[in-house]
Design a protein. Structure first.
Length: 347
């Protein structure tokens, strides 16, 4: 008589294996990101060794090291981490929501709306209103564009394909509006406007960090709570509705969270491009298509990408400080073309 050994459910075992892989990879990326942050903090005009960086962060090192680390470099590194994490999270939400790996805050006009509002502020209001209101103007621009995007895309609900098509049109419109603002701006303000459009964490301070921190630490965990709805939504609206998911309500909530993450990042760092496109795609290659896994890994990859891009910008061309957006675009634009090429035969 044959004896049979009971086996676990293949689907359940596979799910557990995927989540274990995600946890291990996330811990590895967290450790790698911490090492990169410490090394980046020590590099620059004044080299500070990693042990001295750690001591300076704790306030026990040499006075020059403490001043450079705590007042100049550490806020910049933390700003890069928060901006990268927010943009990557925003991109992951959009890609999961519209079921399109080419979606990102850049592509649907959210970043463009924030940038257009910021450049308008610099053109017409700088000198009349405190520059401290610039982030608020950028957030308002992102909110206006996203609201218009949702209203125009609405037709008995909002479908992913309609949302992305309208978003591409909004992105083109905001780009044209921004260019017009730069043409009309005074000559001495054009450089500042272009710096904002390119995106930079140059001269980041603790006030900038504290401005962005609440948005990042609140909205990223909230996004994870909605991961189940994104996974169900990827099966199609009909299946998601039959499974009890409020498709339109969840889609609107996810869009608001994505816009808030991207808008808050752009509000303090300018239009850093392609992070929201690259990080989720890299994460999907590493951990598969489950949204909670992709989202978690994307956040860490986004932080690392912006940190490394900023490190390259401030060390490779000394004494020049190149905006971080130059390097993310230099990598992101060819990557986007590659994605278009690989999907040229897809429906």
């Amino acid at each position: 008589m044959k004896s049979y050994i009971p086996l676990r459910s293949p689907q359940g075992s596979w799910s557990i294996l995927i989540h274990k892989k995600t946890v291990v990879l996330s811990l590895i990326l967290l450790l790698l990101g911490s090492v990169i942050a410490i090394v980046c903090t020590g590099l620059g005009d004044m080299y500070i060794s990693p042990p001295d960086v750690i001591r300076a962060i704790g306030g026990t090192g040499a006075e020059p090291h403490i001043m450079v680390v705590q007042q100049l470099r550490l806020p910049r590194i933390l700003m890069a981490v928060l901006v990268g994490a927010s943009l990557a999270a925003s991109g992951a939400i959009l890609q999961g929501m519209v079921r399109n790996p080419l979606a990102s805050p850049d592509m649907i006009g959210v970043t463009g709306g924030a940038s257009a509002a910021a450049v308008t502020f610099l053109t017409y209001m700088a000198g009349h209103i405190s520059i401290r209101w610039l982030p608020a103007a950028a957030m308002l621009g992102a909110l206006v564009v996203s609201t218009a995007l949702y209203l125009i895309a609405w037709k008995k609900g909002v479908t992913p394909i309609r949302l992305i098509l309208v978003g591409i049109g909004m992105a083109a419109l905001t780009t044209a509006a921004t260019s017009m603002m730069i043409l009309f701006s005074p000559k001495n303000d054009a450089g500042q406007a272009y710096l904002w459009l390119t995106g930079s964490v140059y001269a980041a301070n603790w006030e900038n960090v504290l401005t962005l921190l609440p948005w990042t630490v609140t909205l990223i965990p909230l996004s994870l709570l909605l991961a189940r709805h994104v996974n169900i939504g990827q099966l199609g609206d009909d299946i998601a509705t039959s499974a009890g998911s409020a498709v339109e309500r969840n889609r609107l909530l996810l869009l608001v969270i994505s816009v808030a993450l991207a808008g808050s990042a752009v509000a303090v760092a300018g239009g850093i491009g392609f992070v929201g496109l690259i990080a989720p795609h890299m994460a999907r290659k590493l951990v598969g298509s489950s949204f909670d896994s992709v989202f978690s890994v994307s956040v860490l990859l986004g932080a690392i990408i912006v940190m490394l891009a900023d490190l390259a910008g401030r060390t490779l061309f000394l004494p020049l400080d190149i905006p971080v957006g130059v390097f993310t675009s230099a990598v992101g634009a060819p990557f986007f073309i590659y994605l278009l090429y690989t999907k040229r035969n897809s429906n």
